[in-house]
Design a protein. Sequence first.
Length: 242
Amino acid sequence: MTEREPILTVEDVDKTFTLHLQGGKAIPVLRGLRLEVRGGECVVLGGPSGAGKSSVLKMVHGSYVADRGRILVRRRGGALDLVTAAPREVLAARRDTIGYVSQFLRVVPRVPALDVVAEPLRSRGASAGEARTRAAALLDRLGIPERLWSLPPATFSGGEQQRVNIARGFIQERALLLLDEPTASLDARNRAVVIELIRERLAAGVGILAIFHDADVRDAVADRVVDVEDFQAPAGASRGAA
C-alpha cells in the first residue's frame, strides 16, 4: 500500500435508527455519506452535537451497520466492505487494520492499568515483557505515574482513565485509527502529547478519522474537515446519536 492510497472509502452510506421501545419508530440520520481517508492523512468529522459524527465512527468500526452504501477498508488481501461483511470478518479487521479510541474506557474490572494497555499487543503474540515495556513508555509519556500502573483504571480520575484509553489505542499498530474526542477531558500538557502521538502516526502513514470538539487540537492535526451536516437526512426528520 502506498502512503497516499485510500485506506477508507465511504460511498453513499445511509443510516436510520429504529426505536424499538417506541413502536419501531424510524429516525433517519444520514443520507449519501461520502468520504475518503488516505494513508498519512487526518480527516476530521465536523458538525454540531447530534449531527451523526460518532455514528459515522461506529459504522466504520463495525459497531453499527449502515442501511445501504459501502464502507471499504483496505487490508491485506483486498478491500473489505463493512456493510456486508460477516461478524468474523469485522472482528478480523479490528485485529489487524482498524484501531479505535472511544470516549470511554471499557475494560475488564480489576485488571492493572499496565496490563490494560499492554493487552492489544499480547493478543497479537507479543511477549509479556515487550508489551509491558511499550505500555509503560506510553503511560509515562501521558503522565500516568508509575505508582498507578499496578492499579485498575476504575480507581482513576476521569482524565487518568482517558489517558489509559489513549495509550491502549495508540499502542496498536493499525493502518486506520478512529478517534472519538480523545482529548475531551485532558489538560493542556496532555493534549499536546496526544497531538504529538497523532503526528507521529500520520508520519508513519496511518490514516486517521477523528472527532475533536477542541478546535486547537483539530487545527493542529486536521488535513480536511468533512461536515456531517451536509449528509443529514431530509429536514423535518429527528436527529439520531451524535
